[in-house]
Structure formats: C-alpha cells, structure tokens
Design a protein. Sequence first.
Length: 223
Amino acid sequence: MGRPKEFDSEVVLDAATNCFWADGISRTSISSLVDAMKIQRSSFYNSFGSREGILATVLERYMEKSPLNSLIKNEAGPDDIQPEIELIDLLLDFSHFLVEEGNGRGCLIFNGLAELRAQDGQIFEIFQDYYTNLTGGLSRLLDRIRAEAGAGDTLGHISLHHVLCILIGMAHYSKLDPTENRLSQIGLDQLSGLSPYFAAQIKNDEGSRATERRLLNAARMRA
C-alpha cells in the first residue's frame, strides 16, 4: 500500500505561488511558505527539498500558463501563422495572462528578474535561466520576421531589447491598471510606433484578434 497523500498539491502550490508573489522572491522564507501552505515542515522538505526546490516547481507551473512559455521552450507557432502575427498575438495573449494570473501583481518572472541580484545565489540563477531562454526565443522570432519580410518592407527601429521593454512595460503597468484592453493597446501602440511594418500588420489584424478579445472581455463582465 502506498503512502497516503498528506496534502492537495494544487492547493499548496497555489499558496506557495501567492506567498512568493506577495512577499517577493528573496524575502520569502521557508517559515512563511510552510505557514501559507498549511503543511508540516517535514512534509515541505520531503516533497520539495528546499526553498529553491519549491520555487523551481512554482515557476514551472506558472510558466505552463504563460504565453511566454512557447518562446522559452523554442516552440514555433502554427505553420499557417506568419511570424509577425505571432508577435502581435503574443502581446495580446500576454495582456490577457497579466490580468487573469497577475491580477494587479505583474508577472512573476519579470518581478523576480527586477528584484534579484547575483548574491541571491541559486534563486538568481533560476530566473536568469528563464531570461536567457526567453531572449533566445524572442531573437529567433525576430530573425524569422526579418527573413520573411519583403525587401520593400520597413521594419523600423525594432530589436530584441525593444520587444523586451514592451513586455516588461506591460507587466509593470498591469500593477497600476490590470485592464486587458488597455494593456493590449499599450503593447500594440508601442510596437506600431517602432515599426511602420508592424503598424500596418496590426491595423489589418485588429479586426480579428483585438475584436475577439473585446468580445470575450464583455462576455466575462456580463457573466
């Protein structure tokens, strides 16, 4: 007979995620985690091993829901979607994610990257791994956009760091105003301002994805 399950994994991981989010990554202690998760310290160590162990589990679980995860895992979009539409969709999906998961708290990954320093040791390295994989995925997406853009198309002043700044800016602005339509408009306006090419693409795509988002938001408000 197997060992009885001591706790509901989803419940305790939700509690741990909220603890890291509320207290900050570096300030979250094992004591505060155990209190928030409402489990015995022995169960914590048996299941997660350390603060770094549960943080890795929390971040993996969190990123499975994030639209940034496809970039981190180097997963290309469907073959019938152009790479520039992938980037536009990423901004729309990220605005939705910030509202649904962040709920005025920003993005757990970007929060940690802004907070942690090298002296934080293994926890800093965990976040840096995510950052390295994210920048790699964004670079590959931008390379595909440049390769597929026509010779007469002007991509403008758009780079990896520009796109990162757009995403980080959306994440931080969501702490002030977690309104999906406003967040998505901020991201799209910044992308349009950097690139005439993307301004045209966004104008053409706005009738599909942006309208779909507005209808979904209106339905959720009526529910």
